[in-house]
Design a protein around this ligand. Structure first.
Ligand SMILES: Cc1cc2nc3c(=O)[nH]c(=O)nc-3n(C[C@H](O)[C@H](O)[C@H](O)COP(=O)(O)O)c2cc1C
Length: 209
């Protein structure tokens, strides 16, 4: 069994089983265990290192909930992330009979794909990750998007428009000089080490524009 880091057991309000494929993990859900950061992981190369962001966020006192797109499940080590966060990786909408997970206090989308960025901007909610994102601006939840796209994808009008539209909705998209700059096609792996996970985290505490 993996439990949360909750120090005050009297805060425990629900216990439920949440199963990732092949893993028998009983999640302990708390109402107010601390500030909850949702890390939404999409299907791009740096996803394999999402644990780096988890560690940085935990160092800052965040409770981290990983939400993976269905495609991202092929890129990440689900059991390792569940051990690290003490929480199940979520990738699908809950069943109506299942309790609601704690709401996010903040959200980081990293790595954010071309696909998810464009769908988020268009208001599409056909994955659990996109469903969480669809509501976030309206709920006043801060959202930071850290793309990982190559220059061919980033040059598309659709992508540029999506970035502009998300920013107009108050979403902080870390794209451009001094933020994430697209890599040349077929050079993704060269950028993994320098992928600015920490920049996404510090953006959450930066005063608004
Ligand atoms: C090995 C591999 C690497 C990929 N890298 C990227 C990438 O760096 N950026 C990107 O936007 N899409 C990348 N893709 C394509 C996405 O995985 C694909 O568009 C997928 O539908 C995205 O789903 P999601 O946005 O729901 O995670 C990659 C696909 C594969 C198979």
């Amino acid at each position: 069994m993996i439990s949360t880091n909750c120090s005050n057991k009297s805060q425990l309000t629900a216990v439920r089983g949440l199963l990732s494929p092949g893993h028998d993990i009983l999640e302990t859900v708390t109402e107010s265990p601390g500030r909850v950061l949702y890390v939404i992981v999409c299907a791009a190369g740096p996803a394999v290192e999402a644990g780096r962001l988890v560690a940085m966020a935990q160092d800052e006192g965040w409770i981290v909930q990983i939400v993976a797109t269905p495609s991202a499940l092929d890129f990440i080590d689900v059991p390792a992330l569940e051990r690290q966060t003490g929480r199940p990786v979520r990738s699908r909408y809950r069943k109506p009979s299942e309790p609601k997970p704690p709401r996010a206090d903040a959200i980081i989308v990293a790595p954010a794909t071309y696909n998810t960025i464009n769908k988020f901007a268009q208001g599409i909610a056909d994955t659990y990750a996109l469903g969480v994102l669809a509501e976030a601006p309206g709920l006043g939840i801060p959202v930071v998007v850290l793309p990982f796209v190559n220059s061919a994808l980033a040059s598309r009008t659709a992508f540029r428009r999506s970035v502009a539209e998300l920013r107009a909705d108050g979403v902080r998209v870390l794209f451009g000089p001094g933020q994430y700059e697209p890599h040349p096609p077929s050079a993704a792996a060269d950028r993994f080490d320098a992928y600015p996970w920490k920049r996404a985290l510090t953006e959450l505490t930066r005063p608004g524009d």
